[in-house]
Design a protein around this ligand. Sequence first.
Ligand code: PLP
Length: 375
Amino acid sequence: MSQAIAYCDYNATTPLRPAAMAAITRSLQDVGNPSSVHAPGRSAKGVMEAARETVARGVGARARDVIFTSSATEALHLALDAARDSYGDLIVSELEHDALWEATRDADEMAPLRATIDGVVDLTHLEELLAAAKRPLVAVMLANNETGVIQPVSRVAAMVREAGGILLVDASQAVGRIPVDIAALDASYLVVSSHKMGGPPGAGALVLASGAAFAISRRGGGQEQGRRPGTENVPALAGFAAAFDADGVSESVRIAALRDRFEQALRARHGDVVIFGETAPRLPNTSLFALPGAPAEIALIALDLEGVALSSGAACSSGKVKSSRVLAAMGVEPALARCALRASFGWATTDEDVDRLLAALDKVRARLGALEGAA
Ligand code: PLP
């Protein structure tokens, strides 16, 4: 980005792509509820249905199997409700985002699926859990928001199918960065988020495999074929579709080169840096690393003062840094996990942003080292 801030936090939310901004602006100028039968209503419906076609095409689904929601969180919860008559036990990977984890962790029928030190779901443990489960619903994300590690979802799907279960895949961080195809993944439910791919916040989708069960859980105005009532956010959906059309996957080579250069330089400057999940396949844009002795909560503030925006390994909610559940699941020592910082790049990241990040990290480390020396 060529603004004053070097923004390196695309996994939290991405800057809006110009094409998405243009589509939203156009749609905001129109009046019309997509459920209305008059011409403005039909026009809004046209925009929404074109968006549905685009999202469906982007993940290899049929348009009628795309249910628009306000967020990935809502889509995940809708999937749980939709599948409620189709499963007995629930197996949820410990790597899942809080959006799903917090919604399922206290359920009696839930068994957590462990992760390996590489940040990948433990397939041996999955085998054990599946052997003990009755009609399981298994939730494994496609790419982790903290480490960027891509999960072996097709292998998981084969195991789940063999056990007579169904699969829910949170692809929020993967869509627009790596190819995603619901049939190739063999998922029954796939979740997508607009603001992780250059679209606006306030839009997401639950995508169904053809024939996936859908128990109606919400009643209202009958929108989205009665599956998710509430007037659709047409401008946001227009922006969501424009972000899909921008084909972020084709930018991946450039972004991976930026990320790799960042990690090489980091290693050259700080020999003790630890990069999490680097032995596993990762998203091209994500680097979760720790500079031992530099706690994330202090580093983040110092980086912010340098005009560099990144995030701690863990989700920051209400401005507070929580320790990372994902790193704990990977068996990372708490003292090291406290130092985890996540840099995530995207469509507008420049070489200059990466240089500024590296320079700011040098400064922060030097300052923290000086403090330690003075103590
Ligand atoms: N799933 C993953 C993997 C995420 O990274 C996030 C957001 O960070 C979510 C779900 C929630 O997305 P939303 O903000 O669209 O509800």
